[in-house]
Design a protein around this ligand. Structure first.
Ligand SMILES: [Zn+2]
Ligand SMILES: [Zn+2]
Length: 1014
């Protein structure tokens, strides 16, 4: 047995061990140093000539995995064993950043840039390592491996190796004290190992009481915010970020500190999402919460920062706490914030973790002590005026805990690594009586003593050890993966009952053997097509991860936490179902939802029992923008499209496609209905169709009972229901009216909205339909287009408002006498007035009236000595009246001898014929007999339109001018006196003038007055 310390022995960073046991080499960890001045890599040259069979990873921090791609490059067939959580976190930290190829993200992760293919190839070789059992591996015959929980961060393990020629324990990074995210470490169960390789990061000190230190930090943040400045806490994305979020939220919840906004920036957020997929790797409290569907990292006061513009807004906004990577201010958003906050006197930067000697974070702490005041950070030199302090929230065991750990294991020898000289020396003094060595980087430690005896072999290889279950690979036999293979793939994966979460990459490996990125992509695309996700459930938190259905570790809560980011059909009130976006799971078995635009409910929180079905995942772009409106718009479009599709579907036809006893998923129902099971609008249309026909369809297995997979079938009463004629889809009146309101607003002249409950067709009543139809034509067209119903304007004018408008426009000198008369077919309102007004005033009133109402305004000046100019019929219509055109034609015939009749109109509403004469005064009283005849023959009432034809009146005056008179200007018409005044030039005798006046009165019923200029 021998161990080569390739790196990470005499300091923190670039941890890497090469171990030879039972005659075979394997590697534990391969990290990088963050300190840019030192060589970032372990001494990989020491691996030359060694046949490395396998690689083990303790946890996903950069100082343990950063150089893995290079080790993989050197030993491309060696499998890489890591706990499930570590494998997934490595995927997140490495492959995702590579996908976006974002240099900034890489800096933030404090990892060097590798060629993309190298990382992908490496990740293809990661195999899940189960924790807590003795395992054997085909690559390492004779070696038993035991992985045990190391605390520190999610997924971190300590590793015990035993073989006939020796045994050793590699602690990795450990924390003994439980943290908020993870429990404390348990040493691998190997008694008296030959060698313990123990981390010593904090070997020199004893940690303060954790709870007290957490409270001290929370209060420092609160004080900083109370001073009016922002508080930045730089932290590692993985581990520390999650701890900080939980401790600050807990202090706020308990009322120990006030509520203030907490912003989370950098990779912290993605790591939070990944943690949610890994409840088994977390503390019991978090496990319980996540399995119930809560998301503990996203509390009320927490906001995840999405882009750089938001950063500027945060700094410009009210005081807030910012949690951001990187931890040592070497890059990432924390360096950006620090450069801006350092020169502000009321700002604070609180350091909570390990700082490398040369890191800006360490220099900041030094500055705070030495009162120097400039710092080079993010490529600039800034004045440091802000408040700086350090808090000890270590994820590493302290000297006392490390000593106790070593004592419990009783190793024959201890090698102290992962600590500076001071820390290791201090820890050595605590390990009194033990054989302690402080290896240097590049050093080899060999077990003294010869080949193992058969006795020690029996001890080393425990009876309980068994071969590690590994995923089968290449089950597809070279056939491209397709939707019909999903079940087969699931069966293969389900052979490992502990595998609850798999990645697209792992599934591709299982199917294809050696998987390319394209293969992985293809597998993921095929899986995404299965909206019910019968076998693999897509995880919103991490796009490349799937939950394997039916696994032993599956818990009832799993399908609930899957809902976030999905569009649900929600029973929002009895009989009413709406598509909503599930934004979060809330305490009390409830979801918080987002409604489509245009639909508002006071509630946004609904119990799980209100969920009818899952329509499908919301489009990622929309959801990721975070603000409510894009997704609300998307949902509104979805509602409209689904409604259009639903009108083309028949519940009866769909029922006839179903077999009586069978159960169908929504996808299958879509296919039976001829709709697409992959289109959100089709799925919504079919789901709503079934929901609206409860006598035909039922949920055979509802959402909760089916653990998220709803099954539909025919309702017991389906045959009976089908014997009734199919009712047309009843329109959603509320929605139609809300769409109209979107386009039209609430105009004051719209006084009634009627909707046909069968067709959804809408009739809008405006005060003045003629004006409204011109004004709102395009808005109503658009609303009709969107709703798919016809929208018409009722033809009737609001007569009360019409009269009001007329009165309001009347010239000041006039007062209304009696009730105005309304002639609908002429669009005329006639008012009798007393008083005086000029022609201009009257014309102006008439023009305004036309503009506002679309009607003519007739103003008649009352003359007490004249008979009323309107003929009112005695009987206004009767049941036996003739058809309108026939009635008009009868009236024309009866009145054929009367000159001056130029129009016969009809008001069907009141059953009245309206006769227009050029000169109504002239026929008044003279044609009563004819009018009675018309009434008798037609059954219609008859009225004479009271206004004189003004042009004809003036023309008649001209025509009757005697002698050589000519009119100066225009004749002036006096409606009040029914008189025409003309001013003339020329010669005429008095007799001629009198004769002309007499003739004029005879023809028109009006009087004519001459003023002759001599
Ligand atoms: Zn670590
Ligand atoms: Zn470490």
């Amino acid at each position: 047995m021998q161990v080569v310390f390739l790196g990470g022995a005499s300091g923190v960073g670039a941890s890497c061990l090469a171990i030879e046991l039972a005659g075979q080499w394997f590697v534990v960890d391969a990290g990088v140093r963050v300190d840019k001045k030192a060589d970032p890599l372990p001494d990989l040259a020491l691996l030359e000539g060694k046949d490395v069979r396998a690689i083990f990873v303790t946890h996903a921090h950069a100082d343990h995995i950063g150089a893995l791609p290079l080790v993989h490059q050197a030993f491309p067939t060696a499998p890489i064993y890591a706990s499930r959580a570590t494998g997934l976190l490595m995927e997140v930290m490495l492959s995702d950043a590579l996908k976006i190829m974002n240099k900034r993200a890489m800096e933030e992760m404090e990892l060097p840039l590798y060629p993309e293919g190298l990382v992908a190839g490496m990740l293809n070789h990661v195999r899940p390592l189960t924790i807590g059992e003795g395992l054997t591996f085909p690559e390492l015959p004779g070696v038993t491996v035991q992985a045990s929980r190391a605390g520190h961060i999610a997924g971190a393990v300590s590793l015990g190796f035993s073989a006939s020629d020796g045994s050793l324990v590699v602690s990795g990074d450990i924390s003994i004290t439980p943290q908020r995210t993870v429990q404390g470490a348990l040493a691998p169960p190997i008694t008296r190992p030959d060698l313990l390789i123990l981390e010593s990061t904090y070997g020199t000190r004893l940690h303060p009481n954790r709870q007290a230190e957490e409270l001290r930090l929370a209060q420092a943040v609160a004080e900083g915010i109370a001073r009016g400045g922002h508080t930045l806490i730089p932290c590692f994305a993985l581990g520390r970020g999650q701890e900080l979020l939980l401790l600050l939220q807990a202090a706020q919840d308990k009322g120990q500190i006030p509520e203030f906004p907490i912003y989370v920036d950098g990779l912290v957020r993605r790591v939070c999402s990944t943690y949610l997929l890994l409840p088994e790797a977390l503390s019991p409290t978090l496990q319980r919460q996540i399995r119930k569907g809560y998301t503990p990292f996203t509390g009320r006061t927490v906001t995840f920062v999405r882009d750089e513009r938001e950063r500027e807004r945060i700094l410009a906004g009210p005081p807030a706490c910012i949690i951001s990577s990187s931890g040592m201010l070497t890059g990432g958003p924390s360096a950006w914030y620090a450069a801006r906050l350092a020169p502000q006197e009321d700002a604070s930067i609180l350091i909570t973790g390990y700082q490398d000697e040369e890191s800006p974070g360490r220099r900041l702490l030094d500055l705070a002590e030495q009162k120097k005041n400039t710092l080079d950070i993010g490529g600039q030199t800034v004045q440091v005026l802000c408040h700086v302090a350090k808090y000890n929230l270590s994820a590493h065991a302290d000297g006392g805990e490390l000593a106790a750990y070593a004592t419990a294991l009783q190793p024959k020898r201890v090698a102290l690594v992962h600590g500076d000289e001071e820390a290791r020396t201090a820890l050595r003094t605590r390990l009194e009586g033990m054989d302690v060595i402080l290896p240097g980087d590049g050093m080899t430690v060999e077990k003294h003593g010869k080949r193992a005896s058969s006795a020690s072999r029996a001890r080393a290889t425990t009876d309980s050890a068994h071969a590690l279950d590994t995923l089968p690979t290449g089950i597809g036999g070279g056939i491209p993966f397709d939707s019909m293979h999903v079940e087969e793939l699931w069966r293969a994966v389900a052979t490992i009952p502990t595998l609850r979460i798999v990645t697209g990459r792992e599934l591709a490996l299982t199917w294809y053997g050696e998987a390319t990125e394209e293969d992985t992509q293809r597998v993921m695309e095929i899986l995404d097509e299965d909206y019910e996700q019968r076998y693999f459930v897509r995880q919103h938190a991490l796009a490349e991860a799937y939950r394997v259905r039916g696994q032993s570790e599956e818990t009832p809560g799993d399908f609930i936490s899957d809902l976030v980011g999905h569009i649900l059909l929600m029973a929002v009130s009895p009989g009413s179902a709406k598509p909503v976006l599930c934004r979060a799971i809330e305490p009390g078995a409830a979801v918080r939802v987002q409604f489509p635009r245009g639909i508002s409910y006071e509630r946004t929180r609904f119990p799980f029992s209100a969920i009818l079905d899952v329509i499908g995942p919301a489009p990622q772009d929309n959801y990721e923008t975070g603000s409510a409106s894009p997704i609300a718009l998307f949902l509104a479009d979805l509602v409209r499209d689904a409604r259009r599709i639903r009108r083309t579907l028949s519940a009866h036809d769909l029922a006839r496609e179903c077999r009586e006893e069978a159960s169908y998923t929504l996808s299958e129902m879509c296919m039976l209905a001829g709709a697409s099971p992959q289109s959100l609008e089709d799925r919504l249309a079919v789901a709503k169709l079934m929901h609206k026909h409860p006598h035909i369809f039922m949920q055979k297995r509802p959402f909760l009972e089916g653990e998220g997979l709803v099954l539909y079938g025919l309702a017991p009463s389906w045959e009976e229901a089908l014997s009734e004629p199919e009712e047309a889809e009843r329109p959603d009146q509320h929605w139609i009216l809300s769409v109209i309101e979107q386009y039209l607003g609430n105009p004051p002249d719209l006084y009634r909205r009627s909707i046909d409950p069968e067709t959804g067709d809408v009739t809008l009543s405006f005060h003045f339909p003629a004006v409204a139809s011109a004004k709102y034509a395009s808005a109503l067209d658009a609303a009709a287009e969107e709703t798919g119903v016809s929208i018409t304007i009722a033809p009737h004018t609001h007569q009360g408002i019409l009269t009001e408008v007329a009165r309001s426009l009347l010239p000041a000198g006039l007062t209304v006498k009696g009730k105005p008369s309304i002639y609908v077919d002429q669009q005329l309102l006639q008012i009798n007035c007393a008083g005086e007004a000029t022609t201009e005033e009257i014309q102006q009133a008439q023009a305004q009236f036309m503009e506002q109402t679309g009607w003519y305004l007739g103003i008649e000046r009352e003359q007490p000595d004249k008979p009323r100019s309107t003929y009112w019929s005695a009987s206004a219509g009767s049941a036996g009246r003739k058809e309108q055109n026939e009635a008009i034609s009868i009236a024309r015939k009866v009145l054929a001898g009367e000159s001056g009749l130029y129009k016969v109109g009809a008001d069907g509403g009141t059953g009245t014929l309206l006769l227009r004469f050029y000169f109504p005064d002239a026929v008044q009283g003279r044609i009563e007999q004819q009018l009675k005849t018309v009434e008798e023959k037609t059954g219609w009432g008859v009225r004479i339109y009271p206004s004189v034809h003004q042009e004809e009146l003036a023309a008649t005056a001209r025509r009757l001018l005697p002698g050589d008179l000519s009119i100066d200007g225009s004749p002036s018409l006096h409606h009040d006196r029914h008189a025409v005044d003309v001013t003339c030039s020329g010669q005429a005798s008095q007799e001629e003038l009198e004769e002309a006046e007499r003739r004029f009165n005879e023809v028109t019923g009006w009087s004519l007055n001459f003023k002759v200029r001599i």
